[in-house]
Design a protein around this ligand. Sequence first.
Ligand code: DHB
Length: 393
Amino acid sequence: IDTDVAIVGAGPAGLMLSHLLDRRGLTSVALDIRTRQQIETTHRAGILEDGPARMLVEQGVSDRILTDGHEHAGVELRFNGEGHRIDFSESVGASVWLYPQTDVFIDLADARRRDAGDVRFGVTDVEVFDIETDRPRVQFTDGDGIDWEIRPRIVVGSDGSRSASRFLIPEARRKQFFHEYPYAWFGILCEAPMSAPELIYANSPHGFALISQRTDSVQRMYFQCDPNEDAASWSDDRIWSQLQSCVAGADGFSLQEGPIIERTVLKFRSFVQEPMRHGRLVLAGDAAHTVPPTGAKGLNLALNDVRVLADVIERTFAKNDYDVLDEYEPMALRRVWRSQNFSYWMSQMMHRTPGDEFASKRQHGELNTITGTAQGRAYFANAYTGWAADPTV
Ligand code: DHB
């Protein structure tokens, strides 16, 4: 198969790139070892920043976010049972959208199908060759057991946090930056009405909790747990009691409970690999960087990568100069490291370290600065909504 770009990994980053290239008259083939069904049912984050939300609509993927999504003009930070709302609209004139990653993926997969894009799910034996030459190749076996070879001009590795393509960059050139955390999230989906109109991030003596939403009848919530926690060992009653104690306060707030239909432990990790380009290979999204879930930056970063990358690839082909590909990394990394910092900072502000009273009192001081001053609220609102007013990121 001859094509402009082979895209290894057809999650949101890979499919959005395929879509954006198509809009520029460029061809691509996107591959994924997972089936469409598997990707569609893997629950991930639920918040889109202002920019990525607009990109879905303005780039002609779908308008569905405008009808099925919920625009959120603020968020509640709750400390020891006391709520403090940060109003994004008032602070920075921006907002975010509650629109689950699974829906972003469905919209992109449907749009690729509508536009006759070449996307192959459920393939096996994906192998990339000759990225240091001007004739890279990608081999794979399709669902019917037929072997294929793609001959693209550029290969993009958007194969997620367990990326194989990042290891195609030679070890001698590769630098990996890590940070590990002593906590994780226990995430649930439950059948219950919404407990609040906006998200609640709570720091309590019982640990962190996040109250999020999916639909009028299905909700998403998380609470801080040990990274080695066994999700299956928790009864529904124990989960609800933990969540209720994390949000309980003098205002009498409590969560609407219901049957728990999914539960998973999400590991925390901050990671960046540089460089993001080697020869004809370019990395995008989680393949190049992962953030802890606090603040919901992962999907937003991935969509930003491919927005930048689509332009750089277009200019590379227009000039027939592959050195233009080098413009991608510095542009993408500016937002990557800002988001790494925000996710790390918000994580440390919101999670409890058992027994460390200095830490919780210091966190309270930090929260007072953030919610109690116009500058603090603006700092948070600006970062959370994705620095919409800053053209350099
Ligand atoms: C969700 C997840 C997050 O990590 C976050 O910061 C906000 C919302 C969610 O799944 O809805």
